[in-house]
Design a binder for this molecule. Structure first.
Ligand SMILES: [Zn+2]
Length: 460
């Protein structure tokens, strides 16, 4: 079920070539064009929290919708779930988060800065050289109070992962959805971790979104399914255009594994700051269901009617973020090229992920061209996210769309007014073809929904 091309890739060194992209350029583009803003910026910003702007929210929705379509609705063995962020406090006792989800921290006695003890190379404060406190364990869960009384009995936590909402609903879903092992439950939602050293823009944030699957299998079939999910999730990033040379699957060493995990591998992308995790695919054994069965006193086993046997399923967990893949898609798509002595910045995003699918331009602001272009925009708007732009030279307007990854530019010109045809310009090749207006919706739909390989092969 797994092809050999995936195995043994941890030593991949990437494509090695010079890239135009830097994190500074991506962060600047994100702010300038409205992909991502710093949270609460008018108040000076809130550390490591980010807001998705008008283009960012479209890109993020396209990513989560692609994941949901590919992982949930197009499969017979998957169902979805949307569990609450606040859960019973006992959940975090059973999962081990209350006792074990900690970082060892030290404080500087002089400047009061806080550091992770395991990341310090010297026994003194890296900021001021001051003396440090003894290391203490600091839980990464955000704590708050539920109801009118702030006492220990009312403490609840913002979930640090979406996974537990799936485990505690295992029996509910099994009964309601009439599923049989093997099957999986997928969920997209916010999680929270009070990281002491966040950073690298969207890469490590305290509030983040996850796309998680818990796939329940029969013990003994777990390793086969673990291989299957490693391959499936690796291929998913390729399907949406990530450069094969900058993607790898890295198996965890024994020292990196959680105590309950039988195995884990990360899908990693080569960011400008180095190879970093996009997604972890773990074989969690029966740890989670057994823990919740013990702590809740409820039976969380599965009875196989055909074989007349009862067992606690093993779990394969492909767990991705949303922000990290979004950042990887942006970084990977970013390109600069010199066209007619000018540098063109272009986001070569897969058309399915692109925030805007097409932009409509009147070549001139006369002859009724703007009115015609607006009518075409309104026609397309019922099917796609479409932009309209009549400001400035046509070359500038193309560049503005190239920079945000809009795959198609549609121009209304003198000839349009004669025969109802427009030019359609393709973002990557910059080639143009003429097309009747009546064919636009079908043509764009075919090109926007095609696999990227297909788009390139049939490029306009
Ligand atoms: Zn200090």
């Amino acid at each position: 079920m797994i092809s050999t091309r995936l195995l043994g890739t941890p030593t991949d060194s990437g494509s090695g070539g010079q890239r135009a992209v830097t994190m500074e350029k991506i962060a600047s583009l994100c702010k300038r064009r409205g992909f991502v803003f710093q949270s609460s910026e008018v108040y000076g910003g809130l550390g490591s929290c980010w807001d998705y702007g008008p283009l960012g929210v479209e890109l993020k929705r396209n990513i989560t919708e692609a994941w949901w379509r590919d992982m949930i609705t197009s499969r017979e063995d998957m169902v979805g779930l949307d569990a609450a962020i606040l859960m019973h406090p006992r959940v975090w006792e059973a999962s081990g988060h209350l006792a074990g989800f900690t970082d060892p921290l030290v404080d500087c006695k002089v400047c009061k800065h806080r550091f992770r003890a395991d990341q310090l190379t010297e026994p003194r404060c890296p900021d001021c050289g001051g003396e440090l406190t003894e290391s203490r364990n600091f839980n990464l869960m955000f704590k708050t109070f539920m109801g009118p009384v702030e006492d220990t009995a009312s403490v609840v936590y913002l979930r640090p992962e979406t996974a537990q909402g799936i485990f505690v609903n295992f029996q509910n879903v099994l009964n309601a959805a009439r599923q049989k092992i093997p099957f999986g439950i997928g969920q997209i939602g916010k999680s929270f971790r009070n990281e002491i050293t966040p950073g690298n823009f969207l890469f490590r944030t305290r509030e983040f979104e996850q796309m998680e699957i818990e796939f329940f299998v029969k013990p003994g079939e777990d390793e086969m399914w673990h291989r299957y999910w490693k391959q499936t999730r690796f291929d998913w990033y390729l399907k949406y255009g990530i450069d094969r040379a900058r993607l790898r699957l890295r198996e965890h060493g024994a020292d990196e594994l959680a105590h309950y995990a039988k195995g884990c591998a990360d899908v990693e992308y080569e960011f400008p700051f180095g190879w970093s995790e996009l997604e972890g695919i773990a074989n969690r054994g029966d740890f989670d269901l057994k823990q919740h069965a013990e702590f809740s006193g409820k039976d969380l086993s599965f009875f196989d009617e055909e074989r007349r046997e009862r067992f606690v399923p093993y779990v394969i967990e492909p767990s991705a973020g949303v922000g990290r893949p979004l950042l990887a898609f942006l970084v990977d798509a970013y390109d600069e090229e010199v066209v007619q002595d000018e540098t063109r910045v272009v986001l070569r995003l897969d058309p399915r992920l692109a925030p805007v699918k097409a932009a409509v331009f009147p070549l001139m602001r006369k002859e009724g061209q703007p009115e015609k272009a607006l009518a075409i925009r309104d026609l397309l708007k019922r099917h796609f996210a479409v932009a309209y732009d009549q400001a400035g030279a046509i070359g500038r307007r193309y560049r503005r769309q190239d920079e945000i990854g809009t795959p198609f530019g549609i121009t209304v010109d003198h000839e349009t007014m004669q025969n109802d045809t427009v030019t359609v310009r393709e973002r990557d090749s910059m080639q143009q073809v003429r097309m009747p207006v009546e064919r636009l919706v079908d043509e764009l739909r075919a090109r926007v929904t095609a696999d990227r390989a297909g788009v390139v092969a049939t490029a306009l």
